[in-house]
Write a protein that binds this ligand. Structure first.
Ligand code: RFL
Ligand code: PHB
Length: 455
């Protein structure tokens, strides 16, 4: 059977034309989906090795973007199937982002998934920039009418969202094999994957490509459709988690003669630290003693401050890249998060951008299912890209101001120092950094995505 054709609900899939019709002829409406298990149409065929299911939105990837979108849709009575090719343990143990913007924290709270975040998250009202051996504090809250960032690990965000998804009983498949998407330009795109011996075919109204930079959704878009903008940096970050109480309450971004270093944390007992290294640096070159020696050399300030040392419990090297694929939509495939754009982590924007993408997408899908309106779906890419490019600019600026580049000259380094001197002595410059670091205002209101505001 070809996609988009078929006999109906007797074991195959019927073409569903029109924006708001289910294949059984019923109009989609939030009140039609009280029980997610009955909503997905299980079209098991005589061929027992294939399960065909109909859903509204097929979501590829159970990272922050996919899980956030799934829950936003659920809150609006919109059904989805989420599929990830990794195990649940892998996605909840992966150490990545730590800094959540004010708007991301507000979003998680408004979605009703902020209880652990409120209990365990570390609210920071300032940060330090360190150069020439001195730390300079930037008072984020003072410069942004009380806004702040919250340090809460990405793995904790994912943990909370998986719990919330599980409570809805809507489908979430881990360890899916051979995930693919097709018929993207038709009115019923398909998401296919294998689980054990069983092939799954999910017939969707829309597919959300939330499968990160190395996923399959972006490459499924035909050649020539996307414009790709990219910058690869000549350095990477060596990151560690250490069993050590943070020796400072706030983050410290350091430019040292020997390169960038960053002091961060995960909890009152765990410190998170990063060092600039060559992009392809083998982690084996860095025994724990060498890491601590370099961390202390770069971070210790003239007032005697330095990170507290402790047992290193995780370490790894990550390359740095800026990347944008535009538009973020092809037919009925919508890209969100790292699948569409990557920023170097210096500005702490990647997860936060993923959250703002899916807020915009959830609003558009809600309007489609409630009113049959495609206007906000059509605006999705342009609206997201405005924020993406501002975050790209900010992340590039933070990165190029705080790292030593192998091809820089003495002029470039003096200019960096002057940049930091200006930043830390001008209220206007600090305000500019602060409003970007805590997060620019959301593109769309929470209410328009079906959330009541509880701040
Ligand atoms: P993710 O997190 O990569 O999730 C994608 C999911 O898709 C799955 N997947 C597939 N599933 C099915 N089929 C396939 N073929 C698939 N291929 C992949 C993957 O298993 C995964 O579960 O993308 P998403 O959801 O867009 O989220 C983006 C964020 O993960 C990323 O932007 C941040 O981690 C970036 N980032 C930071 N962002 C912040 O906002 N604040 C920070 O403080 C911050 N710090 C960081 C960071 C990223 C870092 N690294 C490692 C790049 C610090 C670091 C060091
Ligand atoms: C982190 O805590 O992992 C972190 C903090 C700030 C960044 C990037 C990562 O800019």
């Amino acid at each position: 059977m070809r996609l988009g054709e078929g006999a109906g609900c007797d074991g195959a899939v019927r073409r569903c034309d029109g924006p708001v019709r289910r294949c059984d002829g019923l109009a989609f409406h939030r009140t039609l989906a009280p029980d997610p298990r009955s909503f997905a149409l299980d079209l098991r065929t005589a061929d027992r090795s294939v399960i065909r299911v109909k859903t509204q939105v097929g979501i590829v990837g159970a990272g922050p973007a996919g899980l956030l979108l799934g829950h936003l849709l659920h809150l609006n009575g919109i059904d989805s199937v989420i599929v990830d090719n990794r195990s649940r343990a892998y996605v909840t143990d992966r150490v990545r982002a730590g800094v959540l913007e004010q708007g991301t924290v507000d979003l998680l709270n408004a979605m009703g998934v902020g209880a652990r975040l409120q209990r365990l998250g570390l609210r920071h009202e300032g940060l330090y920039v360190s150069f020439r051996g001195r730390r300079h504090r930037i008072n984020l809250a003072d410069l942004t009418d009380g806004k702040a960032i919250t340090v809460y690990g990405q793995n904790e965000v994912v943990h909370d969202l998986i719990d919330a998804r599980s409570a809805t009983t809507r489908p979430l498949h881990f360890e899916a094999k051979d995930v693919s998407v097709g018929a993207l330009e038709s009115s019923s795109p398909a998401l296919r994957f294998r689980h054990g011996d069983t092939e799954h075919e999910v017939h969707c109204d829309f597919i959300a490509g939330c499968d990160g930079f190395h996923g399959i959704c972006r490459p499924s878009i035909p050649a020539g459709v996307l414009n790709v903008y990219e910058r690869v940096y000549p350095f990477g970050w060596l990151g560690i988690l250490a069993e050590a109480p943070p020796s400072c309450d706030e983050l410290v971004y350091t430019l040292h003669e020997r390169g960038f270093a960053l002091f961060s944390m995960r909890s009152p007992t765990i410190t998170r630290l990063y060092l600039q290294v060559p992009p392809d640096e083998p982690i084996e070159r860095w025994p724990d003693e060498a890491i601590w020696r370099e961390m202390l050399t770069r971070m210790t300030t003239s007032d005697g401050w330095s990170p507290t040392m402790g047992r290193i419990i995780q370490k790894g090297v990550t390359p740095m890249r800026s990347f944008v694929a535009a538009p973020m939509r092809h037919g009925r495939l919508f890209l969100a998060g790292d699948a569409a754009h990557i920023v170097p982590p210096t500005g702490a924007k990647g997860l936060n951008l993923a959250a703002s993408d899916v807020l915009v997408l959830a609003r558009a899908l809600k309007a489609y299912y409630e009113r049959g309106s495609t206007e906000w779906l059509d605006e999705y890419s342009d609206l997201c890209l405005r924020r993406v490019w501002k975050a790209q600019r900010f992340s590039w600026w933070m990165t190029s101001t705080l790292h030593r580049s192998p091809d820089e000259n003495a002029f470039d380094h003096q200019r960096q120092i002057a940049d930091l001197d200006y930043l830390t002595s001008s209220r206007a410059a600090m305000a500019s950094l602060a409003e970007q670091y805590v997060g620019l205002p959301a593109e769309v209101s929470f209410e328009s995505a079906g959330l009541s505001v509880r701040r």
